[in-house]
Design a protein. Structure first.
Length: 667
């Protein structure tokens, strides 16, 4: 049926019903009646719109059917009718929703003709719904009553629990959403039964059943949270019963018993409020017990380190952070030092290894990797880290982790800081920390510094020197020390360079550009760059030949023998860990460019330092890069081998003094 036909039919019906007169006889007062201030339907135009016949027809019909349309719309929006199965009732609801959508749109557009047509369709859908409702409602009643009978016991118990505010008022924590869903569902059930609308009642019952599933999830969350306290509390309780703590455990045991009983009542009888209220006192009692236990370990750690360490190991098995609590107490660091020292440099069994590992992490901060944490390594690492101020380890955000890999002979190490993760990592590659380290230390004391490239000297352990050296890198990173001293001759005069800058320096100082000035500068630059890049045949490189003109006649043999080329060959890396710094003072002086020594410090990384800085040399490796220049004196200072005249001595002495003052204040 077209819109005009619908409007015509509607007009005929209105005339027959006595609600309107034929258009040609409609009195002027009807046609010209101003629009009411009240809204006759959703989206109706405001006062001032042009009145018309369609408006009068719509208002007359809306006065009769509007309340029913609005109530139907509200029932659909609130899902009060639930999920209606296929059939006449669903078809009627679908038709109503389509008509109502058109009605809202038409009223928003102030289109009275379309509004009237949409209202006619909505009325028909409502009539179809009312006709189909009784049969569907009877079927729904049967299903509802059967489902309600099955769920009645749980509903009664939950009704009582909600009424008694067992979940809290308002419901606490995880229980808010399920209880709100339950209350909403019970409201629909009661209203539906009162109005004999079993579609609504069944909808409410389904919400109640859903809320019970949600409630199970809430109890699961409560139980999971409880387990986070119950598991460690049970271990603490067992230790109290076994006498592992030399403290009064009664307050903790009482809090644990109260919480355990309350949680059981919550799970069996919905007594949620007392259960939740018991958690905080239990957590406080656990914290108090741990603190007292830690204080007891501190009190006896220095005087009875062996027996105290056994208690600490038992505590550590229950609480991985136990030693962190110990070190945080006044005198805690001294107690840890004594307990580790009592091992005599050997962590022979797994419990002892676990203890020293936890002591290192508690005392000095960085986590330890899982590889090669051997019997002697752990106590040696503890000792080495204890040589430096706490601000350089535990108080150093640029030292996060220490890893160790064991090798047969040659030690090495590296430090790196990842800006993205803010993680600073030391990797130690060391031989056995017993006999092999002793032999290497003796050889280094005889002056064979090249064996490891680090400090050598009497009574210096290569392990200690290497560890302190890498810690020094992390301290330099944290302080930004060398980064702030670039170009300062007092601190080595270090500078970073591009390879092009090195080419310019070598070519100019060694007279390369002057001696071969007839050739294009681009040819000479490319040739020296090829030498610095370790090209086997620099004269044949495309960058070199491509810069030649037809008139150029280079003497490649003379070029290859020039001092600038010799210099370039000697300042570049031989391999990844061998360069000019290995060749000592004489080579540095020979290949210096004016007052500076240029070199390739790492693959593709070019630096220079002041030749005069070698006047305070500690070892050749110190002159590999700015970071090494800091790290070697750093290690030497804490090994008591750095002269007071060295530029770093005053700064490190100040840090050391501050660290000792902090230790005294903590006692």
């Amino acid at each position: 049926m077209s819109l005009l036909e619908a409007l015509g039919l509607e007009m005929t019906n209105l005339v027959k019903a006595g609600l309107a007169k034929p258009l040609e006889t409609a009195p002027p007062e009807v046609q010209g009646r101003p629009r009411s201030n009240s809204d006759p339907g959703p989206g109706a135009p405001k006062v001032g719109a042009t009145p018309g016949v369609d408006q009068a027809r719509f208002e007359a019909r809306w006065a009769k059917s509007g309340p029913r349309v609005e109530s139907m719309r509200a029932d659909i929006v609130s899902k009060k009718l639930g999920t209606v199965p296929d059939g006449a009732l669903k078809n009627a609801l679908t038709a109503f929703e389509a008509a109502d959508k058109l009605l809202v749109a038409a009223r928003t557009a102030a289109d009275d003709a379309k509004s009237l047509a949409a209202l006619v369709a909505a009325d028909k859908a409502v009539a179809d719904f009312d006709a189909a409702f009784p049969a569907q409602n009877d079927q729904e009643k049967i299903a509802y009553l059967a489902a309600k009978a099955k769920a009645q016991g749980a509903i009664v118990r939950l009704d009582a629990a909600v009424k008694a505010a067992k979940f809290g008022s308002p419901p606490q924590r995880f229980f808010g959403p399920p209880i709100a869903e339950f209350v909403r569902g019970r409201g629909l059930m009661d209203q539906g039964e009162a109005e004999a609308n079993y579609l609504a009642a069944h909808r409410g019952l389904k919400l109640v059943i859903t809320s019970q599933l949600m409630l199970k999830g809430a109890f699961d969350s409560l139980n999971m949270e409880w387990q986070m306290d119950q598991v460690p509390a049970a271990k603490l309780s067992a230790m109290v019963d076994a006498g592992d703590f030399d403290v009064d455990g009664k307050p903790f045991q009482a809090a644990f018993k109260t919480a355990t009983t309350a949680m059981a009542r919550a799970l069996s009888d919905n007594e949620v409020v007392p259960a939740l209220a018991s958690i905080a006192p239990l957590q406080k009692a656990m914290a108090d017990l741990r603190l007292k236990a830690a204080q007891t370990l501190v009190a006896h750690g220095a005087t009875a380190p062996r027996s105290t360490r056994l208690r600490a190991i038992a505590f550590l098995k229950q609480d991985p952070d136990a030693l962190k609590m110990v070190q945080a107490q006044p005198g805690g660091k001294k107690a840890l030092d004594a307990m580790v020292g009592d091992l005599g440099g050997k962590a022979k069994d797994q419990d002892s290894k676990d203890f020293v590992r936890a002591a290192i992490e508690a005392r000095f901060g960085p986590k330890l990797g899982n590889t090669d944490l051997t019997t002697k390594y752990l106590p040696r690492l503890y000792k080495a880290l204890g040589m430096v101020p706490e601000s350089h380890t535990k108080g150093n955000p640029k030292l996060s982790e220490i890893n160790r890999t064991r090798v047969k002979l040659m030690p090495s190490g590296d430090y790196s800081f990842d800006e993205a993760t803010k993680k600073g990592v030391i990797n130690l590659v060391t031989p056995k920390t017993g006999t092999v380290d002793w032999l290497q230390s003796k050889i280094m004391a005889m002056g064979a510094k090249k064996i490891v490239g680090h400090l050598g000297g009497k009574d210096i352990s290569t392990f200690d020197a290497l560890t302190l050296h890498e810690v020094g890198h992390s301290v330099d990173e944290e302080k930004g020390f060398m980064a702030g001293k670039m170009g300062n001759v007092t601190y080595g005069g270090w500078q970073d360079h591009s390879i092009e800058e090195v080419v310019a320096a070598v070519g100019s100082v060694k007279g390369f550009f002057k001696d071969f000035g007839k050739l294009p500068r681009a040819v000479l630059d490319a040739y020296l760059k090829a030498v610095l890049e370790k090209k086997k045949k620099p004269a044949e490189e495309s960058s070199v030949t491509g810069a030649l003109t037809p008139a150029d006649k280079p003497d490649w043999k003379a070029i290859a023998k020039h001092p600038a080329v010799e210099c370039a060959e000697n300042i570049r890396l031989k391999n990844s860990d061998s360069g000019l710094w290995d060749k000592g003072d004489s080579a540095a002086a020979k290949y210096a460019l004016g007052s500076s020594v240029y070199q390739e410090s790492y693959d593709g990384t070019w630096t220079s330092y002041a030749l005069s800085a070698r006047g305070q040399i500690l070892c050749n490796y110190q002159f590999r890069a700015a970071g090494e220049w800091f790290a070697e004196p750093y290690a030497a200072f804490f090994l008591k081998k750095l002269k007071a005249t060295h530029p770093l001595h005053a700064m490190l002495e100040q840090d050391q003094a501050a660290g000792k003052a902090a230790q005294r204040a903590a006692k």
